[in-house]
Design a binder for this molecule. Sequence first.
Ligand code: KG4
Length: 335
Amino acid sequence: FTMLCILALESSCDETAAAVLKDGEMKSNIISTQIKEHQKFGGVYPELASRLHLQNVASVIFMALDKAGIKPEELTHVAVTAGPGLPGALQVGVIAAKTVAAYLGIPLIGVHHLAGHLYANEYAGDFHFPMIACLASGGNSEIILMKDHLDFEIVGQTLDDAIGEAFDKVAREIGLPYPGGVAIDKLCKAHPEVKPFKLPFPRVPGYNLSYSGLKSAIIRKVEQEKAQNGGKLSDERVIEYAKSVEVAFVNQFVRKAFKAAEDFHAKMVIIGGGVSANSYLRSEVLKHKDEYEVLIPPMWCTTDNASMIAKAADHIIDAGYGIKRYYPNIEVINN
Ligand code: KG4
């Protein structure tokens, strides 16, 4: 990866982010988060997200270049999250990236957001194939077989809700703030003495996962309990619920992932996505480090950011994709 200087942008959800990666080394990683603005709505409000991206995108680009000490003309590539994400939010990053690339006359690389989450692990170590990559986020839960860079075969996935979405819904029901997964993790860490109660293990074929049945069963139970207690749960019960859900949700993922690792003779297992910040998930995965090489992303690289997009772009460029000079793909009527 020599002589590459990539400006990467990320705007798929509620973070406006820009990063510079030079010769494989992160030079800057600027994140402007909108989390406080969305908290009032109990989740991400898409139209507001687009407006805030529009307001902040130029500033994060300038800050990323400044912090890296890089002049625009030194850039060799622009990378941007092309999807999946909120359509209006993505558009802001894509249009900004297209503008920079077109102005400088350099190639533009579109990056899959989830590939970015997996490549966040490269800030912790190198990949060794074949590998099982666990993607655990608010919108996706997937077990992926990677036989090489950029080679993603989904061997298992949730048949209903994503793990992060299920965390967030249960958290809301037991009265914890958005994002619920973060609140559950914090509460569990603060109360190591509290024991979880046992929840059923969903019967789902193969390496697939299921979170909606568990989630609904817990929500029903909480509602019943609240009805019997004047609409409230005691603090102690809230902690018990948080812990039980964390253990049940994570154990399902980890068990399926390591079954896949065994069956596909994986050398390495990695995790990525917002839920990879979860302390219990991280420690459960690391317990297998004698049988497999295990990589977990650095904590700073578990939430949406542009440096993970730049890492994935580095491999896309190395593989020879996106090396064409970028020209706007439009019809010109006065040419
Ligand atoms: O990947 P991500 O940032 O966003 C998308 O899915 O687009 O993941 C966000 C999800 C949320 O559901 C959030 O509650 C969850 O990740 N999350 C966590 C933790 N940190 C974030 N869940 C459990 N424990 C955490 N520490």
